[in-house]
Design a protein around this ligand. Structure first.
Ligand SMILES: [Ca+2]
Length: 401
């Protein structure tokens, strides 16, 4: 079979993780220092009776798609296939010729593979785009830049420039996988803890490791990248300057919401809890808790300190859920009632759920009653309409008339 993403789950379930009351203290403490409301445009309560549906978008021809994006309003949607290709959808039609084929350089599958692409904000003029993959040689994580040739339909595999790499050969899981440009023009990368159950190598809380982190890189000044001066650990002994946030287990998908200035990180849990973190995106150096915390519970302990850890705003338990698939805040035009609501799913449970962020809480929580199978990712087009990638299909979230 083609490896379904996240199908490799940790076998070591942790039955000793106990919900800890001390998060209540943590939430109050954080609220005091957290600009939790953010600027406006956070959306409105859902009107009663509203329904959504999933319309077929691309339901044939894709092999293990894991990511979808539309950087320009030029009719092209780009789909990342886990095996190593970037495919083009034009006018709703999947094109035969891939935009980029890295199959020979990518180690797939399970949780490994070509995992995302991010187009430079000035792609239209500089033709730069960035990919995140695990390398054929040993599974290490690599972020590389490519350039489109004079033929805009095809990128040049030989144009590759290494941006950053980090070892990841020991375990196959928890590679992270998302590259995204923030509203600040910086390139962000979400890296998993290095794999294995329970973070055996301790990367989640090791500030000298790139794994288990959200990185923030300036790729516009010096090559291959510069560490932005306002990163939290610049010139700090024992801490990598690339790190923007720490304590992440497997931040497979995260999303910026520029209208509110918020950052949503969906972090995949261990054996019991899945979580969504939502913070003002400019808050530097947050520690999301893993492997001291799993969601709102102490991990593998009856008590643990909440000091210094950012709690998630949403936590749900396993069974049938097993692995959160983070999505986006809806900013499209087709369904005004859900503008400002953040959508997410779960690889095992396949639900479509949403909430709205308000004053540090996830309000208007909604399960849309639209189960799918193997939801690996969401997609967003240039207009802000949302899609889900379920198995080999891409489905568009649409209003019920
Ligand atoms: Ca956490």
């Amino acid at each position: 079979m083609t490896g379904k993403l996240l199908s490799v789950r940790d076998s070591a379930m942790n039955s000793r993780s106990v919900r800890a009351l001390c998060w209540a203290v943590a939430v109050i403490a954080v609220a005091a220092c957290n600009d939790s409301s953010g600027p406006g445009d956070g959306g409105n309560p859902l009107p009663p009776g509203i329904g959504l549906k999933l319309d077929p978008f691309i339901t044939a021809g894709l092999q293990t798609p894991v990511f979808m994006t539309q950087p320009l309003d030029d009719g092209r949607i780009f789909v990342v296939e886990q095996g190593g290709k970037i495919r083009v959808v034009r006018g709703g039609v999947l094109q035969t010729t891939p935009f980029l084929d890295l199959t020979s350089r990518v180690l797939c599958c399970g949780e490994r593979g070509l995992l995302s692409v991010a187009f430079h904000p000035q792609y239209a003029t500089n033709h730069f785009f960035y990919v995140y993959f695990t390398t054929q040689t040993n599974g290490d994580i690599r972020i590389e830049r490519f350039t489109t040739t004079s033929d805009p339909e095809v990128a040049d595999p030989a144009s590759t420039k290494l941006i950053i790499t980090t070892p990841h050969s020991t375990q196959a899981n928890h590679n992270g996988g998302l590259l995204a440009f923030g509203p600040d023009g910086m390139l962000y990368a979400g890296l998993g803890d290095g794999g294995g159950a329970g973070d055996p190598t301790g990367n989640g809380q090791n500030f000298n490791a790139l794994l288990g982190s959200l990185l923030r890189l300036d790729i516009n000044t010096t090559a291959p990248y510069a560490i932005p001066n306002d990163n939290p650990f610049v010139n700090t002994a024992g801490r990598r300057g690339e790190i923007w946030a720490k304590g992440l287990r497997n931040p497979w998908r995260y999303a910026f919401d520029p209208p509110t200035g918020m950052l949503y990180i969906a972090d995949v849990g261990q054996g019991l809890h899945e979580e969504v973190n939502a913070v003002v995106a400019t808050r530097a150096g947050l520690n999301y808790g893993w492997n001291v915390w799993e969601g709102l519970s102490c991990y593998n302990a009856s008590t643990c300190s909440s000091t210094g850890y950012e709690p998630p705003i949403l936590d749900y338990g396993h069974g049938p859920a097993c692995s959160i698939t983070g999505g986006y805040v809806y900013r499209g035009n087709d369904i005004p009632a859900i503008r400002g609501h953040y959508f997410y799913s779960d690889f095992c449970a396949g639900f479509l759920r949403s909430f709205r962020y308000e004053n540090g809480a996830a309000v208007d929580q909604k399960d849309w009653g639209l189960p799918s199978s193997n939801v690996v990712s969401f997609g967003k087009d240039f207009d802000g309409e949302l899609y889900i990638i379920a198995g080999d299909d891409i489905l568009k979230i649409a209003p019920v008339p």
